[in-house]
Design a protein around this ligand. Structure first.
Ligand SMILES: C[S@@+](CC[C@H](N)C(=O)[O-])C[C@H]1O[C@@H](n2cnc3c(N)ncnc32)[C@H](O)[C@@H]1O
Length: 519
């Protein structure tokens, strides 16, 4: 097995790494950086994300500054809503579930309100009490898990009331237990109790009642990720290097350690697999993840027009049912697409893949395991969306290496994933979401989100023939576009090809091939 060429944070002046340290290094290409915020004010707040104006003489306290900012931004948002005949914001059952697309400055105000009010609340709690109760947030998830699992929101009509007793009679839940769970979610604006023991809907409970994808999102998070997250500690205590997909918190939670990865477990349970699929639909339809960001070139999406002009081919590796390729094919009328996924996933894809024959005729679907050598030779683009973040470094490197025998000079590798910025450099809410996603990857798959430097290292570890082009990110989108181009030194391609084939036979330790076979 060829050695991974990863930058080590242990400089040569330091003692030689132990075996355990070497194993840890395999997981991620560690890039020292990041804990120092670039621009922090005297109160420890990142001034890049705060639009509080400084007053030269005697600055207001942080709390006052935050409160003033909240007032200013709230007035701005409220005026915009009024000017556009949009309903005032409330928990009322009839308010729209989503904001319309807002102009940039109003969207900025909205984000600042969210962040500033969170910070103000923290300050008002004080450090000790804020910490004490931060760790109890999992209990909110528990209550939501119960409410969602038993479909409580669907049990009585929107706009009507129901007694807790009657509501309980429609479930197998004990009325006292139902009341306990429902009264905790009420503190989050989900349902309301206008009089003792009488429940009615809010906008939040209405979504829970009507949005099947949101039910799946909550179910997947509360019933799969939540128990799995409670076992990450077991997993890292047992396997500190945390690189193997069959040794994740998920595997510990569901008794599949060293047996099968999560994808295989889900492949054996149609309901769970469907729930995860719908949860992904909910996520990718949500703010910051819409597919339009990839397509909209003016907004920073990827420009495939050169490839389209020559009728080139894009391979959508791990492309599920091909919905990304379908959207691309609608915009690029000459390109061809090969969507690859596990045989099981491909078998369940809609046929035709699109109602539009001009689109469908240019898209073919193919069962292919990306832990095997790439079978589509000389394509122009190999595209990975939401794939590389599912794997720790040894696996991700292997996926890239498996491309090499198929690559022609100039072939592009385009990854569409999160790309983490240095700590404190992201919009605070986006940073929270992206770092939580990083924890989800760890929990489920011993995988990770990556920084630009880590993506660069990943390509470098796979082969020097990959020339890293960099990372772009469409405005307001959380996902980035990471690109490398295959430009091998003449003599190295054969060598790399042999190396890749050898590694397909040998590594990584937990036999990823089984994953694709069973899926
Ligand atoms: C998170 S989904 C991403 C799907 C799609 N690219 C998207 O943007 O939504 C990961 C996909 O990888 C597929 N997959 C998992 N293991 C695979 C393997 N070994 N070979 C090919 N596809 C695989 C799964 O079936 C799933 O469709």
């Amino acid at each position: 097995m060829a050695k991974l060429k990863l930058t080590s944070w242990l400089s040569s002046s330091q003692p030689a790494p132990t075996d355990a340290e070497k194993k840890k290094d395999k997981r991620r290409s560690y890039v020292p950086s990041a804990f120092a915020r670039k621009s922090v004010d005297a109160n420890g707040v990142n001034d890049k994300t705060s639009s509080v104006e400084s007053v030269p003489a005697e600055p207001p306290s942080r709390m006052i500054a935050l409160a003033q900012q909240i007032t200013r931004d709230t007035e701005k948002l409220d005026s915009y809503l009024k000017a556009n005949n949009l309903p005032a914001l409330s928990y009322n059952v009839d308010v729209p579930a989503d904001f319309p697309k807002l102009p940039e400055d109003i969207a900025r105000s909205r984000r600042d309100i969210i962040q500033a009010s969170k910070e103000l609340g923290q300050l008002a709690h004080g450090p000790r009490e804020a910490l004490r109760w931060a760790v109890w947030e999992f209990l909110d998830v528990l209550a939501l898990q119960i409410i969602n699992h038993f479909g409580i929101a669907k049990l009585f009509p929107i706009g009507e009331t129901i007694t807790l007793k009657e509501l309980a009679s429609k479930t197998t839940l004990d009325p006292v237990n139902l009341a306990r769970a429902i009264r905790l979610v009420i503190t989050k604006g989900i349902f309301r109790e206008p009089s003792d023991g009488v429940i009615t809907h809010t906008a939040g409970s209405r979504i829970l009642a009507e949005d099947g994808d949101m039910q799946a999102w909550i179910g997947f998070n509360a019933e799969d990720i939540f128990p799995a997250s409670a076992h990450v500690l077991d997993s890292v205590k047992t396997y500190p290097e945390a690189t193997q997909i069959v040794q994740s918190g998920f595997c510990f939670a569901f008794n599949t350690v060293n047996k099968e990865p999560m994808f295989v477990t889900f492949g054996k349970n149609a309901d769970r697999a469907r729930r995860m699929g719908k949860a992904m639909v909910s996520l990718t339809g949500g703010e910051g993840y819409e597919m339009s960001y990839l397509i909209d070139v003016e907004g920073g999406g990827y420009d495939f027009s050169e490839i389209d002009a020559v009728g080139g081919t894009l391979v959508d590796v791990g492309g599920s049912h091909g919905f990304v390729s379908v959207e691309l094919a609608k915009k690029y009328k000459n390109m061809k697409f090969v969507v690859q996924d596990t045989t099981k996933t491909i078998a369940s894809a809609p046929s035709p893949v699109s109602e539009d024959a001009q689109v469908a005729d240019r898209i073919s679907l193919q069962g292919h395991d990306f832990f095997q050598e790439q079978v589509v030779k000389d394509a122009d683009v190999y595209f990975f969306r939401w794939i590389i973040h599912n794997y720790s470094t040894p696996f991700a490197v292997k996926i890239l290496k498996n491309l090499i025998p198929a690559l022609k000079p100039g072939a592009r590798i385009v990854i569409n994933d999160h790309c983490l910025r240095d700590a404190g450099q992201e919009d605070p809410w986006d940073e929270t979401v992206m770092r939580r996603m990083d924890m989800v990857m760890w929990t489920l798959l011993n995988a990770q989100e990556r920084t630009e430097a880590e993506f660069r290292e990943l390509f470098k570890a796979a082969s020097d023939g990959f020339v890293f082009k960099g990372v772009t990110r469409p405005k307001n989108c959380r996902m980035s576009i990471i690109e490398a181009v295959w430009q091998p030194k003449e003599e190295s391609k054969e060598e790399l090809k042999e190396e890749s084939i050898e590694e397909t036979k040998a590594e990584p330790e937990d036999k990823p091939k089984e994953e694709a076979k069973e899926e």
